[in-house]
Design a protein around this ligand. Structure first.
Ligand code: ZN
Length: 460
């Protein structure tokens, strides 16, 4: 089958632009449903909405797969300075922060690097540390996880990180390293405060103050969901491409950029390709599976459950493309986890004539739903949209209640949908000879992940 590319691609772009449903999806997910923390009622409603859309668009084998999520809830948290009882400090516990009640001297450890904590050693046992979550600019960057582990071994009982931007803002971070098997069991309780209250705590630390820090939280289990639907390939129906995105959010965020944007584009690409096949008889060569994952923010639990359930019994897909935080900037290209597919993807991007580039990550990226695929030896890719240049400042509102619909540009989502529909269709029609014949070595991949633990992955 030869595809009339100008006809197919102008249909996809025209449909993506003029008949877009992106605005409906973003509004439904963020405004009508709202917070979609994995295992919550909001997340269940989002999954139901996405499943209904997959059915409406005519995907085959649409289904919702439940899995048990290891989840977390904080019922109260506070920071107070002893002797200043009327002052209420900004506080937000990190995700999976364990319960803690401590009254202790506060010590400013800077970035918590070895050269900074060395001279403080005698003062850290039993202390609460004030630590910058940013990277110390004059040394090779060290992850916050590693710096917290260092402080834990020196006897620190809890840590406070101020938010970098001003305006009394805070956002949810995570103390664990997602390359670990159990990233949610963390070395220390970590809470966030605003830049303003962080500066106040630094002043009080200098004068030897004692602070009281309290978090009440529970780890529980709940039911979370992945949603999927298929578009069968016309030429190689047993070969698969996967397009995925997570539909969940952090605990109090409407998650517009993170990640109604990506879920919306998965829905739009499904609609565009299904319609092209139905109305013009132009279908994908390989089969395409569309998936949205639950519980990404709880340590990639949805994509991990999906990979575990499907790959082994089902054949491994040729490629998985993960969409996350597409409100970050316009599409610039594709970033592969492994180098093998670079010539194939770059050739298709060149054929599209949009000036898009294909790059390869130097490290294993465990910060998104491509990771469980890559760990399993599946070619994984994300989009190049937030590295280096052209990043919208609105991304700074992530993991908080400020990640609202005004932070995404619908016009850019339309462009993503059109570009990705074209790219997925093109890649689905490349001949089997263009693909690497050798499978990826999962033993080598696991060794690489272990060796890179604690290193800072340059995706931000
Ligand atoms: Zn995300």
């Amino acid at each position: 089958m030869t595809v009339d590319w100008p006809s197919a691609e102008s249909s996809l772009m025209g449909n993506a632009w003029v008949c877009s449903r992106a605005n409906d999806h973003v509004n439904m997910l963020c405004d009508s449903i709202g917070v979609r923390w994995g295992g919550s009622e909001g997340e269940r409603r989002a999954a139901e909405y996405i499943r209904s859309r997959f059915e409406e668009y005519g995907l085959q084998e649409t289904s919702t797969e439940e899995f048990e999520v290891d989840t977390w809830e904080a019922t109260s948290s506070s920071i107070s300075i002893d002797g200043e009882d009327d002052r209420i400090l900004d506080v937000r516990p990190s995700l999976f922060c364990p319960s803690v009640t401590a009254t202790a001297p506060i010590v400013d450890v800077g970035f918590g690097m070895a050269h900074e904590v060395g001279p403080l050693t005698g003062r850290l046992d039993g202390a609460i540390a004030l630590i910058s979550g940013a990277y110390e600019p004059f040394s090779p960057p060290e992850s916050l996880t590693i710096r917290l582990e260092r402080l834990a071994t020196l006897g620190v009982v809890a840590c406070i990180t101020p938010y970098a931007a001003g305006g009394r803002r805070t956002s949810h971070g995570h103390a664990g390293d997602w390359r670990d098997d159990d990233p949610n069991t963390v070395s220390l309780p970590l809470v966030h405060t605003s830049r303003e209250d962080g500066a106040l705590l630094a002043r009080r630390a200098a004068s030897g103050a004692t602070v009281t820090l309290q978090v009440d939280s529970q780890r529980t289990t709940a039911t979370s969901r992945n949603v999927m639907g298929d578009l069968a390939g016309d030429i190689w129906p047993d070969e698969w491409l996967v397009l995925g995105a997570h539909h969940d959010t952090t605990v109090d965020s409407p998650g517009a950029n993170d990640n109604a944007s990506g879920s919306t584009v998965v829905l739009e690409v499904a609609r565009l390709l299904a319609q092209l096949k139905r109305e013009q008889g132009i279908g994908p060569g390989r089969s395409i599976r569309f998936v949205t994952f639950g519980s990404e923010e709880q340590g990639l639990q949805g994509s991990a459950a999906y990979v575990e359930r499907h790959y082994g019994p089902d054949p491994m897909p040729r490629l998985m493309v993960n969409l996350d935080e597409l409100g970050t900037g316009s599409m610039k290209g594709v970033v592969l986890q492994f180098p093998e597919l670079r010539p194939l993807i770059q050739k298709e991007l060149d054929a599209m004539g949009e000036g898009l580039k294909c790059h390869v990550l130097a490290q294993m990226d465990a910060t998104g739903d491509g990771f469980p695929f890559a760990r399993k030896g599946i070619q994984a890719a994300m989009l190049w949209r937030w590295r280096f240049v052209g990043r919208h400042p609105d991304v700074a509102f992530g993991h908080s209640s400020s990640d609202t619909v005004d932070k995404v540009r619908i016009r850019e989502l339309k462009e993503y949908a059109g570009f990705l529909a074209r790219l997925m269709l093109r890649v689905s029609h490349t001949t089997p000879e263009e693909w690497p014949q050798e499978p990826l070595d999962t033993v080598e991949i696991k060794a690489r992940i272990a060796q890179e633990r604690g290193s800072v992955v340059r995706t931000m």
